[in-house]
Design a protein around this ligand. Structure first.
Ligand code: 5CA
Ligand code: ZN
Length: 480
């Protein structure tokens, strides 16, 4: 993809994203409730692949999948005082059973700390029961008041992976936070999505957490999107719900907890970072179909060409590739190309009369649109190599793209200019006082993402706001 194409497409990113979701058969957002979308068959397959990668990573690191109820009695939700303050306004409330008003109303889960806590209280007796690492992939509901956007800001977040862990010590919970960050890094690397990791400022952490680490990506229009968060909950919920255990020394203690979540935004991220004017570009491990075979019909040779395509399909299938044939007779090859490019299929194989004659096939990469011919007997090897190369190239390109959009500046004016141009993430030095953080947000008309935790840097210099000695680098961006 040329940078020119990237530029045009990124200028109208919001519109591009909305259109591509429907046109490529991923999500239909026209459901008659705001903030609810329909996963269409093709989109659902992408969703399944993406979440399978996450499931495998969690399953292999000591997490167990569970399923808790959707509804939370108000009496549970109110127990943690900070949590409820933030979430009560964001909940959808069930107030009636049939026509009968409920004595205690139920919230549809906006997240599940207060669903899981009363059960942990019953399950945890002693240090031998710890750690407990649970996760579930469910829908959650949030009455979002900011502009809703498909996948990015839903009111029914139909794809929400939440993990909840409990530990015997503060140190164990700390270690779990680091482990969760590693899991998320592996996940985003696997789907080729670049990220920065920052510790959110205190005024923007998860309600009920001690601190929040956030994964943020840069969207094609130069804003940022929070694509995953890891929270250290300390003992806030365990004290509110009285989740105690007998320690090794025979004392009673409250458990230490963490939680971390990833939503359909991760899918928005995959679709967004790799896409272009022709549609989405799917990394081969996420694509429901990796290779689409399209015959180029030629008079009197139709049957032979179709047969050659079928034989290619069988060969690739035997090599464990996800391959399909497009033998639709009512469509021209051109409209088939358009159709599959829009859907982001990594490789297209064409067989025309000339290919047939030379015992060859033509292969086109979706990401670069480069064409090459290949002898039929070398096809499997070539396709496998291309898939590997494309996986690496996609990842490398998107990381480079992101790195080019992180800017270090030393004045508010420069920061403001860059952010106004939607140039990505801006880093400045900061004294770490909340006061200056708020002033910074106001001065540059953007959000503080937080202090980097993915780089190690000895900070020396002055706070960009007050001129006192700086303690940290801080990232600022126009966030979605
Ligand atoms: N209980 C914690 C960890 S599971 C929690 O709810 N954290 S959260 O509020 O930060 O949400 C986790 C992730 O879900 C966020 O990082 C964000 O990427 C995504 N998310 C949050 N709200 C929405 C929404 N309305 N639509 C789509 N994704 C969302
Ligand atoms: Zn300052």
């Amino acid at each position: 993809m040329s940078t020119l194409e990237r530029k045009r497409w990124s200028k109208r990113y919001g519109e591009w994203f909305r259109n591509v979701l429907i046109e490529a058969g991923i999500m239909d957002y026209r459901y008659p409730i705001k903030g609810c979308g329909v996963w269409m068959p093709y989109g659902f397959k992408i969703r399944k692949n993406v979440f399978q990668i996450l499931r495998d990573l969690l399953d292999s690191t000591g997490h167990s999948e569970t399923l808790f109820p959707l509804m939370i009695p108000e009496t549970s939700l109110v127990k943690e005082s900070v949590h409820v303050k933030s979430f009560e306004e964001e909940c959808f409330w069930v107030t009636k059973g049939g026509l009968t008003p409920l004595k205690v109303k139920y919230a549809l889960r906006p997240t599940s700390e207060t669903v899981i806590a009363p059960m942990l209280k019953l399950w945890i007796r002693s240090h031998a029961d710890l750690p407990i690492r649970l996760y579930q992939i469910v829908n959650i509901f949030r009455y979002e008041t900011k502009a809703t956007r498909p996948l990015i800001r839903m009111r029914e977040v139909a794809s929400f992976k939440e993990a909840h862990t409990s530990h015997a010590t503060r140190e164990d919970a700390e270690a779990q936070v680091r482990e969760a960050v590693e899991v998320y890094k592996k996940f985003f690397n696997a789907i080729g999505v670049p990220y920065s990791i920052s510790q959110r400022p205190d005024w923007d952490k998860f309600a009920g957490a001690i601190y929040t680490l956030s994964f943020d990506m840069i969207t094609p229009d130069g804003r940022t999107l929070q694509i995953g968060t890891v929270h250290n909950l300390g003992q806030n919920f365990s004290k509110a719900f009285d989740i105690t255990f007998e320690t090794e020394k025979g004392m009673q203690g409250h458990v230490w907890q963490t939680c971390y979540g990833i939503s359909g935004r991760a899918i928005a991220a995959v679709l967004s970072v790799h896409g272009d004017d022709n549609g989405v570009v799917l990394p081969p491990n996420v694509a429901p179909i990796q290779v689409i075979v399209v015959p180029i019909p030629y008079k009197k040779k139709e049957r032979q060409i179709n047969q050659a395509c079928e034989s290619i399909g069988t060969t690739l299938l035997q090599a464990d590739l996800k391959v399909e044939l497009d033998l639709r007779a009512d469509l021209t090859p051109g409209s088939k190309f358009y159709y599959w490019e829009l859907r982001g299929i990594p490789l297209r194989i064409e067989v025309g009369p000339k290919d047939l004659e030379n015992n060859e096939a033509t292969i086109i990469r979706r990401d670069t649109l480069e064409k090459q011919t290949c002898k039929i007997n070398e096809l499997v090897e070539t396709v496998q190599k291309l898939i590997e190369k494309m996986t690496q190239d996609i990842q490398q390109r998107s990381w480079q793209w992101m790195k080019d959009r992180i800017h270090r500046v030393d004045s508010l004016e420069e920061a403001k200019q860059l952010l106004r141009k939607r140039a990505g993430i801006v880093e400045v030095l900061w004294c770490s006082h909340a006061e200056c953080g708020h002033q910074l947000e106001e001065a540059v008309d953007a959000r503080v993402l937080g202090v980097p935790t993915d780089t190690e840097e000895k900070v020396s210099g002055k706070c960009v706001v007050c001129g006192r000695r700086a303690e940290n680098v801080v990232r600022v961006a126009i966030a979605y």
